[in-house]
Design a protein around this ligand. Structure first.
Ligand code: NAP
Length: 487
C-alpha cells in the first residue's frame, strides 16, 4: 500500500452513477502476476465510501423494484450486449490482472460473463409465480426484492463470479454494492463502465474498490444491506458469517474446496486423461472446483501415474498472452509463497515430488519477477496428511491409491471441505451411485466443470452455505411471500 498512487491506471469507485475517488489516504497497488509489473492503483476505500454506496443503492431501490421482472431482464440483455462488444478487452484485462492464459480468459472469463447476464435475462422472461390451489382458497407466491445486496468476490475468476451475482441480484429487483478482490480490480471497473454506457439508472449498481478489512467488512455489517453473497476462502467466510448474522441478513457463502478426482480401475486412461489433467490444473489449479487429490485404483496406479506425468510434462507453461500457453502465473507473491510452502511441507510429510516443485525452468526473462509455480505432482502422502486435506489452491495435486470403491469414498470424504468431485469410470451407473455418497455439493462423472447454469451450485461442510444457480439464485436474491386468498 502507498500514500500516493504509483504510475499506471488509477481506478476509482463507481457510486450513484458517478466515478468517485474514495475517502482514502492510501492506495493499493495492483501488479501483473506474470511479470510483477505495477499496472494499476486502486483506492483503499473505507466505511465512508461503503456508506455512500449503500445510500445510493437504497435511494435507487424503490424505482428499480417497481420495474417488472421482464423490464429488468431487458436491462440485463443490454448489459450482455455491451459486455459482448468488449469481450476481447475483458479477456485481455483478465489475463493481465490474473496471469491466466489469454485463451482461457477468452473461453471462460469473457464468454461466461456475457452468458451469465443472458442466462438470467432468459430466466427473468420465463419467470412465473407459483400458484397453490386449496379447496377453498388460492395461494400465490410473490417474489419481492430483498433490498440492497452486498456482493464480495475473489480474484480467481473475477468478472465471471461478479457477473454470476450481479445478474440475478438485479433481475430480482435488488440494488447492488460490489466489492471485488483488491488483487483483480480491472474487470469490475470495466463492468461499471458497461453500466454507465447502457445508462443503468444511477445507484442501481455501485462498485467500491478496496481491501477486505477496510471495505469488505463494513459492507457485511452495514445495517442497510439486507443480503450478502460472498465467494472466497473458508476463513474469510467465517468472519463474513459472524458479521452478517447479527443483522439477520440473507447470506450465501461459496467457500474453499479440496476436491477428489476418483479414477476407477475400469477407466479408459488415454481417453479420460485430458479431462483429468484439466480438472487438476485449469487456471493454474486456482479454481475452487479443481481436483487437487487424485485417488487411483491400485490395479492401475502405475500405468495411470506414468500417463498422467507424461501429459503434465507436455503442458505449455509461460507467457499468458501466447495462444499456445496452457498454464500462466499464480495471482501474487504471497500466494506463490503459500503454494511453495505446501510443497516443502509435502516433503516433510514424506511425499515424493514426481514433477514440478518450483518455478518453471526456461520461461523468458521478462517473467523473472512474476509469480510462477510449475505443475507439481506429489505421491506417497497419507490421505489424511495436511497437504492432502488442506486447500492449497495452486498447480499442485497429490496422488493416492485405493483398493475398492468403499475406500475411495472414505478418502474423498476425509476433509472438512465438501465442494465438488469427479469420478472417472467405464461404468457410469456405478459412478453415478458412488457420486451420491461423496459429501460434496457437485460431483461430475466422466467430466469436470461441465456447467449447466440451471443447476444448483454450492458446497457442504466447510465449503459453504446455500446454493446459487438458476432458480436457486432467483430464490436467494428475493423474498418469497405467500398471499392466500379465501374464495
Ligand atoms: P478471500 O481472501 O477469502 O477473499 C475473498 C473476498 O473477500 C475478497 O474480495 C476479499 O478482499 C474479501 N474479504 C477479505 N476479508 C474480508 C472481511 N473480513 N469481510 C468482508 N470481505 C472480506 O479469498 P481469495 O483468496 O480472494 O479467493 C480464493 C478462495 O476463494 C479460495 O479458498 C477458493 O476456493 C475460494 N473460491 C470459492 C468459490 C466457490 O464457488 N465456492 C469460487 C471461487 C473461489 P481482499 O482480498 O481485497 O482483501
Amino acid at each position: 500500500m502507498s500514500d500516493i498512487p504509483m504510475p499506471g491506471v488509477e481506478l476509482s469507485n463507481y457510486i450513484n452513477g458517478e466515478w468517485r475517488f474514495a475517502n482514502c489516504e492510501h492506495w493499493i497497488d495492483d501488479y501483473a502476476p506474470a511479470t510483477g509489473e505495477h499496472i494499476a492503483s486502486i483506492p483503499c476505500s473505507s466505511s465512508e465510501d461503503i456508506d455512500a454506496a449503500v445510500e445510493a443503492a437504497l435511494n435507487a431501490a424503490d424505482d428499480w423494484a417497481a420495474l417488472s421482472i421482464a423490464e429488468r431482464a431487458g436491462w440485463l440483455e443490454k448489459i450482455a450486449e455491451e459486455l459482448e462488444e468488449r469481450a476481447e478487452e475483458v479477456a485481455q484485462l483478465e489475463s493481465l490482472d490474473t496471469g491466466k492464459p489469454i485463451t482461457l480468459a477468452r473461453s471462460v472469463d469473457a464468454s461466461r460473463s456475457v452468458a451469465n447476464f443472458r442466462f438470467f435475462a432468459e430466466q427473468g422472461r420465463e419467470f412465473e409465480s407459483e400458484i397453490f390451489e386449496m379447496k377453498d382458497a388460492t395461494n400465490r407466491v410473490v417474489y419481492k426484492p430483498v433490498g440492497v445486496a452486498g456482493l464480495i468476490t475473489p480474484w480467481n475468476l473475477p468478472l465471471y463470479l461478479l457477473s454470476w451475482k450481479v445478474a440475478p441480484a438485479l433481475l430480482m429487483g435488488n440494488t447492488v454494492v460490489a466489492k471485488p478482490s483488491e488483487l483483480t480490480p480491472m474487470t469490475a471497473s470495466l463492468l461499471a463502465e458497461v453500466m454507465e454506457a447502457v445508462k443503468l439508472p444511477a445507484g442501481v449498481f455501485n462498485l467500491v474498490h478496496g481491501n477486505g478489512l477496510d471495505a469488505g467488512a463494513p459492507l457485511t455489517s452495514h445495517p442497510d444491506v439486507n443480503l450478502i453473497s460472498f465467494t472466497g476462502g473458508t476463513a474469510t467466510g467465517r468472519e463474513v458469517a459472524k458479521s452478517a448474522s447479527s443483522g439477520f441478513k440473507k447470506l450465501s457463502l461459496e467457500l474453499g474446496g479440496k476436491n477428489a478426482t476418483i479414477v476407477r480401475a475400469d477407466v479408459d486412461i488415454a481417453n479420460m486423461m485430458p479431462g483429468i489433467v484439466r480438472a487438476s490444473f485449469l487456471n493454474q489449479g486456482q479454481v475452487c472446483l479443481c481436483g487437487s487429490r487424485i485417488l487411483i485404483h491400485e490395479s492401475i496406479y502405475d500405468s495411470f501415474v506414468g500417463a498422467f506425468l507424461e501429459a503434465v510434462s507436455n503442458m505449455v507453461v509461460g507467457d499468458p498472452s501466447d495462444e499456445e500457453t496452457e498454464l500462466g502465473a499464480l495471482i501474487s507473491e504471497d500466494h506463490q509463497n503459500k503454494v511453495l510452502s505446501y510443497i516443502d511441507l509435502a516433503e516433510d510429510e514424506g511425499g515424493t515430488i514426481l514433477c514440478g516443485g518450483g518455478p518453471p525452468v526456461g520461461i523468458p526473462e521478462a517473467f523473472d519477477n512474476g509469480y510462477w509455480v510449475s505443475p507439481t505432482v506429489i505421491d506417497g502422502l497419507a490421505p489424511d496428511s495436511r497437504c492432502a486435506t488442506e486447500e492449497i489452491f495452486g498447480p499442485v495435486v497429490t496422488l493416492h491409491p485405493f483398493s475398492d470403491d468403499e475406500e475411495a469414498i472414505e478418502i474423498a470424504n476425509m476433509t472438512d471441505y465438501g465442494l465438488a468431485g469427479s469420478i472417472w469410470t467405464a461404468d457410469t451407473e456405478a459412478g453415478s451411485k458412488m457420486a451420491e455418497r461423496i459429501d460434496s455439493g457437485m460431483v461430475w462423472v466422466n467430466c469436470w466443470l461441465h456447467r449447466d447454469l440451471r443447476v444448483p451450485f454450492g458446497g457442504v461442510k466447510n465449503s459453504g452455505v446455500g446454493r446459487e444457480g438458476g432458480q436457486w439464485s432467483l430464490g436467494f436474491f428475493s423474498e418469497a411471500i405467500n398471499i392466500c386468498v379465501k374464495h
